[in-house]
Design a binder for this molecule. Structure first.
Ligand SMILES: Cc1ncc(COP(=O)(O)O)c(C=O)c1O
Length: 429
């Protein structure tokens, strides 16, 4: 809390210096501090429904008055105080350009990296700050030591870029990809683990697990899949684009070998920030995408060799982490799940409405997918936007057909009430 207060003071004095450019309101930030003190020690499940508290969190963000954003899955905005920090960092680097890059960037990036590693529960010597999940996971998929005939297991609900990168390795190096089906509404974790296990052969070298599926919001039992894989000497890559800073966990709990996430989604960091994690013992065996022969093979920094890049984005991660920590990971997860349940529970039993997301607490959190009989996903998403100015996204794949609805901390209950009204009208209820 002390560091958050210092941070607000810094930002608010900058607010004066840049008057006219900024809409950051330090009074809002201070009232949020006050509210955070009030909920300190309270059960996060109870805080999840404390609208007075969340009103103060919502005010940390600025949303467009022209539509309701229920598509936070693509990327999520920064709270105003984080955006101000980014602007400050851009200005600071712009004032000291090459001097900053030559003399200060390494030291300051390391401070941020350590803070990010702490949030993830791993060593800073096992992570790299990347631009996004795609860069993190492509580095792994393209850099793993795979031989012709080696097999990789993935699902038809994984993210397209990862499937394509594996397919590229199939075409280029002769590996074999096994793309499996997984159930939309599994009864339990075992059913999902079994689906992966059935695809294992003596040639299986790696399994890709999407921790929280972007299409439906289903959470896969990543740890149980990793345990099954490790018993058979198989490596596990976790696509955590949607689970990091959304679900309350630390990476070692998953016991995966490789992991990638985007920080511009649930952490609300600046656009274009991600993280790659690799178990220490895997680093030496994995090739970097951009050649680096100067560092020891087992030094994670060999993956950082990407050329000149916007360091302001890296620096601002410190502020995004600060904001996330001040809300509290457990409180955030409980609120996000509460928001999903709030609208889903009002429509799930209406004839003609299908929720394409398993709803047990361990199976989903903020994100859910809804379909309405007689409408394509694109038609339903267009109806929400045209009639109610609610922005969502239609998902139309072989495995999943429906509209993805993704609230975030800035989402208000009255916005979800309007979604419920829209769904009722769409289905003719
Ligand atoms: C499951 C999953 N993996 C990977 C990605 C790619 O993320 P990015 O575009 O930030 O690299 C996404 C993006 O939405 C995703 O949902």
């Amino acid at each position: 809390m002390e560091s958050r207060r210092k941070f607000i003071q810094q930002v608010s004095s900058l607010g004066i210096a840049t008057a006219g450019l900024s809409i950051f309101n330090p009074l809002h930030a201070r009232s949020l501090d006050e509210k955070l003190r009030q909920v300190d020690g309270q059960d996060p499940r109870l805080v999840a429904r404390d609208e007075d508290f969340w009103y103060h969190v919502q005010r940390a963000y600025v949303q467009s008055p022209h539509f309701i954003n229920l598509e936070s899955g693509y990327f999520s905005p920064q709270p105003q105080e984080v955006l101000e920090a980014q602007i400050r960092n851009i200005r600071m680097i712009n004032e000291q350009p090459s001097y900053y890059m030559r003399e200060r960037q390494l030291e300051e990036k390391l401070v941020v990296k350590k803070k990010l590693a702490q949030l993830a529960g791993v060593s800073h010597e096992e992570i790299v700050i990347t631009r996004n999940t795609t860069e993190a996971l492509d580095t792994i998929i393209l850099g793993m030591d795979l031989q012709p005939g080696d097999e990789a297991i993935m699902t038809n609900q994984d993210y397209g870029s990862m499937l394509e990168t594996f397919e590229q390795r199939a075409q280029r190096n002769g590996i074999l990809t096994r793309v499996i089906d997984i159930p939309l509404w599994p009864k339990n974790k075992l059913e999902v683990v079994r689906a992966f296990e059935k695809a294992v052969t003596p040639r299986t070298k790696v399994i890709l697990v999407t921790h929280l599926i972007n299409l439906t919001g289903q959470i896969l039992p990543a740890r149980e899949i990793a345990d099954m894989a490790h018993e058979r000497g198989i490596d596990v890559i976790v696509d955590a684009a949607h689970s990091f800073a959304h679900l309350d966990y630390k990476i070692p709990e998953l016991d995966c070998d490789y992991y990638g996430t985007s920080l511009h989604k649930w952490l609300c960091a600046p656009l274009g920030a991600g993280m790659l994690y690799m178990k220490k013992e895997k680093i030496a065996k994995t090739w970097p995408l951009f050649g680096d022969t100067g560092l020891p093979k087992d030094d994670i920094r060999k993956f950082e060799h990407i050329g000149t890049h916007p360091v302001s984005t890296h620096l601002t991660l410190a502020s995004a982490i600060e904001f996330h920590n001040s809300i509290g990971a457990r409180r955030k997860e409980e609120r996000l799940r509460y928001l999903k349940n709030y609208w889903v529970n009002q429509v799930r039993d209406i004839p003609g409405v299908t929720i394409n997301t398993p709803l047990a607490d361990e199976q989903s959190c903020a994100l859910a997918n809804v379909s309405v009989k007689g409408m394509t996903p694109a038609e339903l998403a267009a109806f929400f936007m045209d009639k109610y100015k609610i922005f969502t996204v239609g998902i139309d794949t072989v495995a999943v057909k429906g509209v993805r609805v993704t609230p975030h901390l800035y989402t208000r209950l009255d916005q979800l009430d309007l979604l419920v009204t829209a769904i009722r009208e769409a289905v003719g209820a």
